[in-house]
Design a protein around this ligand. Structure first.
Ligand code: FE2
Length: 201
């Protein structure tokens, strides 16, 4: 069964002025769409076509099938990224997530500093992540298509795409400003809280 490109969870102009509709027209309409198309072409007629997207990402990684992994992981990562942002984003987390941010990073500012550092220091293309592992919140960075999804016991809570294609039209080379906009105005704490609750950790 072929996978489909999911719609954005908000209008393409809903995150302006931080992320423009033009950026989404390329990032979702071209880049994300191309990953889906290439992934589908790679699995057509194979047993892998019956796997869920998450299982496909994990199998491609386990098999060392780099081409399939890149396209499958980028398909999953981008959908996860769209949901990591909201037109009503920013502000502060609440409840259990807020308590655990304070416990594991010292404060919300401590989390933001760790996350911004991960995103800014990911050389070249990649991703910054908030994950939970063994009941503890951690910040991660990954290269290119790599994703914590493939790590045993690690559950991604939210992510930020720091490939240049994510911000160049709106921020040019100013990746730190893009990261600040994400952390202060776009971050979807409700999505992270849902993922934390579902993780059972
Ligand atoms: Fe991207």
């Amino acid at each position: 069964m072929a996978h489909t490109l999911p719609d954005l969870p908000y209008a393409a102009n809903a995150l302006e002025p931080h992320i423009s509709a033009e950026t989404f027209s390329f990032h979702h309409g071209k880049h994300h769409a191309a990953y889906v198309t290439k992934m589908n072409a790679a699995i057509e007629g194979k047993p892998e076509a019956d796997l869920s997207l998450q299982d496909l990402v994990r199998k491609a990684a386990a098999d060392g099938d780099q081409g399939l992994f890149n396209n499958a992981a980028q398909t999953w990562n981008h959908t996860f990224f769209w949901n990591s942002m909201s037109p009503n984003g920013g502000g502060a987390p609440t409840g259990d997530l807020a308590d655990r941010i304070d416990r594991d990073f010292g404060s919300l500012e401590g989390f933001k500093n760790a996350f911004a550092d991960a995103g800014a220091t990911q050389f070249g293309s990649g991703w910054a992540w908030l994950v939970v592992k063994d009941g503890k919140l951690e910040v991660r960075k990954t290269l290119n298509a790599e994703t914590p999804l493939t790590e045993e016991g690690v559950v991604p809570l939210l992510t930020l795409d720091v490939w240049e294609h994510a911000y160049y039209l709106d921020f040019q080379n100013r990746r730190p400003d893009f990261i600040s906009a994400f952390l202060n105005d776009l971050i979807n704490w409700e999505f992270a809280a849902e993922n934390l609750a579902k993780s059972g950790q």
